[in-house]
Design a protein. Structure first.
Length: 224
């Protein structure tokens, strides 16, 4: 495929970003099926919650020229999401690229592949998600292939520039802002109700009674 370099996506709604920081991301899993990246894509550096705008990059197996270019363009709060085209041998993300992103105020980085310099990445503190680590790195070959701010795939999830990237110790969710906004109110309400539910459990109430699951089984004829 030829080079496909596009402009950065439109800014996210700051109010939506701040509200997403307040929700427990697994609660979103009660309402969504799409957007959840493969469980193998885990945080290797950084802590806390990651919320940011997806800036998409596609590299070739051995060439990270487009990624180096993108690292100089990202804006505060951006999350660079890298599609390696399925390569699982070379690391396009390492100490220099992650420091370049941190210097620009990026919120984090995600690679659907490998990273390197893990100790240095942890010292930087920027949240970085990867499938694994290696000492074999990409090079600057200048191959006329790759993309910036074009649709990609990461962790089995289709990613468009401007999508929201949500990450914590459980993994990653990448989805359009509008889709997350649709379920956010219910998820926040669930989080607010959860402490009372847990308190009832410790007072001896059965979980199935509290959630209605037991009554549902009775309605289905599975219980007397």
């Amino acid at each position: 495929m030829p080079l496909d370099l596009r402009a950065l996506p439109a800014p996210l709604d700051p109010a939506l970003v701040e509200r997403l920081r307040t929700v427990d991301f697994p609660t979103l899993g009660h309402y969504l099926e799409e957007g959840f990246c493969a469980p193998a894509l885990q945080r290797v550096a950084g802590t806390g919650k990651l919320v940011g705008r997806a800036v998409t990059v596609r590299t070739t197996a051995t060439d990270s020229t487009v990624l180096h270019h993108a690292a100089g363009l990202v804006e505060p709060g951006d999350v660079v999401v890298v599609d390696t085209g399925g390569d699982r041998r070379h690391a396009p993300l390492g100490e220099v690229v992650v420091n370049a992103l941190a210097a620009r105020g990026a919120a984090g980085a995600v690679v659907d592949g490998l990273c390197t310099d893990v100790d240095a990445l942890r010292a930087v503190g920027l949240p970085v998600y990867a499938l694994g680590r290696t000492s074999l790195t990409t090079k600057l070959h200048g191959i006329a292939d790759g993309s910036l701010c074009a649709p990609i795939t990461c962790g089995g999830v289709p990613v468009h520039p401007g999508d929201l990237v949500l990450g914590d110790a459980n993994g990653l969710i990448i989805a359009p802002a509008g889709r997350l906004a649709e379920v956010l109110d219910e998820a926040i309400e669930d989080d607010a109700e959860e402490p009372a539910l847990i308190a009832e459990l410790h007072r001896g109430k059965p979980l199935g009674t509290l959630t209605g699951a037991t009554e549902t089984l009775r309605t289905l004829g599975a219980l007397n």
